[in-house]
Design a protein around this ligand. Structure first.
Ligand SMILES: [Zn+2]
Length: 467
């Protein structure tokens, strides 16, 4: 069968028309997938700090890091090859998933900030539609969340998080659909999850260098500018990949335990990460919040819908995390909020090879004017105020210079090593115009917020040095 679509006729009867923000029908002629998952359960599995290119299912070959995620969430549904996060920091990115808005649109521009009262979010919308809603999180624990019947923060312990989610599932009413969100701490530095493995593949037991699985040691590399050589970077890779593999097992156990949930065969799964991780590629930087490069902004994203979406489909188009909310709502036959920055990907799901113009993807950067755009194989980073961003509050004083203009040819130079801004002013102008057009007139709720001291301490306890 070609394409991603395999529609059961009975579901056509259930198909509901979804409306676009402008009020037009979002599915001219009656799209086949719009509303096809009406009444289905929704399971959103997000993993912190998961680089797309470190999952086996995204082509990573140095070691097998994701056997269960590949089988359960990538190969069994539709995988987006080029999905982009709007910010390399947890809370802003996750809030964008929940709202379909860029960070300034929902106001959670930094970790520790809260969502505005009453802003439509996925849990609020699904709760209003009759869903039982439960969040089990290992980050973003206190962002003025609403719409959740059950809300648990597992303090960075993914084992506990999976157990709590399973307990909640067992207590659900069988005749109402549920929305479950789990956010696993996963491969977040200092990569402690790797300790759960009997053996970290590729780790050198005799290594005695500066790379250690601990916040203090990793901080020192940044604050003291300790240079890392080949053996150090191999050790760093092993820790990160080990944490990915350990997380893979948790995700596998999580989904295994959902097989007996009410309506298990009518469940939409969405798998994504909030952002990736910098592993010393640029400016000798570790962690993520400073980076506006692809190692941090490109994320895995897949949607699984048994019987609706063809397993193993890969969509090689640029999409954004802000597209998830409108996509889910259209599949479920629910109306999207009037204010949306993302677009539904249902047309792409119906015709993955349809072609047409690719949309650009954008990102923001806290309360600065730094923006990025990725379009037509190019990536532009603009820093019009030439600010030296404080991207790691409370962490080692570490310089991460962002030039006023950085232009990269992602096809020829996927590692973003050669700035072509001076050589290609024509491309720079074109991409700057895209940024100006994209952000002109968008709502801006990105105001300074106080972060309570106890929350700040909790974030530090999670292992935070970077956002
Ligand atoms: Zn994160």
């Amino acid at each position: 069968m070609s394409g991603a679509l395999r529609l059961r006729p009975v579901l056509l009867v259930m198909a509901l028309a979804a409306c676009s923000p402008s009020g037009e029908r979002a599915v001219p002629g009656g799209g086949r997938l719009a509303g096809a998952a009406a009444g289905w359960n929704v399971v959103l599995v997000t993993v912190d700090t998961q680089r797309a290119d470190r999952l086996s299912g995204y082509g990573y070959q140095r070691r097998a890091t994701s056997p269960r995620i590949d089988t359960l969430l990538l190969d069994s549904g539709v995988r987006f090859a080029r999905a982009m996060s709007p910010r390399g920091a947890t809370w802003p990115a996750l809030a964008s998933l929940l709202t379909g808005l860029y960070p300034t649109g929902h106001g959670v521009i930094r970790n520790g900030y809260g969502l505005p009262d009453g802003l439509p979010t996925l849990p609020l919308l699904l709760h209003d539609a009759g869903y039982q809603t439960g969040a089990f999180l290992n980050n973003m624990q206190s962002a003025n969340h609403s719409g959740w019947d059950a809300f648990h923060y597992a303090r960075g312990d993914d084992v506990r998080l999976v157990r709590q989610a399973h307990e909640w599932i067992r207590g659900l009413e069988p005749d109402r659909p549920f929305f479950l969100w789990t956010h696993l701490f996963g491969p977040h530095s200092p990569y402690h999850m790797a300790k759960l493995l009997d053996e970290i593949p590729g780790l050198d037991p005799d290594y005695d260098g500066p790379v250690k699985m601990g916040k203090v040691a990793l901080d020192r590399i940044l604050s003291e500018g300790i240079p890392l050589g080949e053996a150090d970077l191999a050790q760093l890779d092993a820790y990160y990949d080990g944490a990915v593999l350990a997380t893979d097992r948790h995700v596998g156990r999580l989904i295994d335990g959902l097989r007996t949930a009410p309506g298990a065969d009518r469940t939409l799964f969405v798998y994504a990460s909030d952002h990736g991780e910098a592993l010393y590629e640029h400016h000798e930087y570790l962690y993520h919040a400073c980076s506006a490069y692809q190692n941090v902004l490109q994320v895995p994203l897949s949607i699984v819908a048994p019987g609706l979406l063809e397993p193993g489909t890969v969509i090689d188009r640029v999409v954004e995390l802000i597209d998830v909310l409108p996509t889910l709502l259209e599949l479920l036959g629910l109306e999207a909020p009037a204010e949306q920055h993302g677009v539904s990907l249902v047309r792409l799901l119906e015709r993955p090879d349809a072609g047409g113009t690719e949309r650009p993807a954008f990102s923001e950067y806290d309360d600065t004017a730094i923006r990025t755009v990725m379009s037509g194989g190019w990536k532009l980073i603009v820093n019009p105020d030439a600010v030296d961003p404080v991207c790691v509050p409370g962490a080692p004083d570490f310089p991460f210079p962002i030039e006023p203009l950085e232009l990269y040819d992602l096809t020829a130079d996927p590692g973003e090593t050669r700035n072509l801004a001076a050589e290609r002013p024509d491309v720079v102008d074109e991409l700057r115009a895209l940024i100006a057009a994209r952000f002109a007139g968008l709502s801006d709720r990105g105001r300074e917020q106080d972060i309570p001291e106890d929350l700040r301490r909790e974030l530090e306890a999670l292992g935070y040095v970077a956002n």
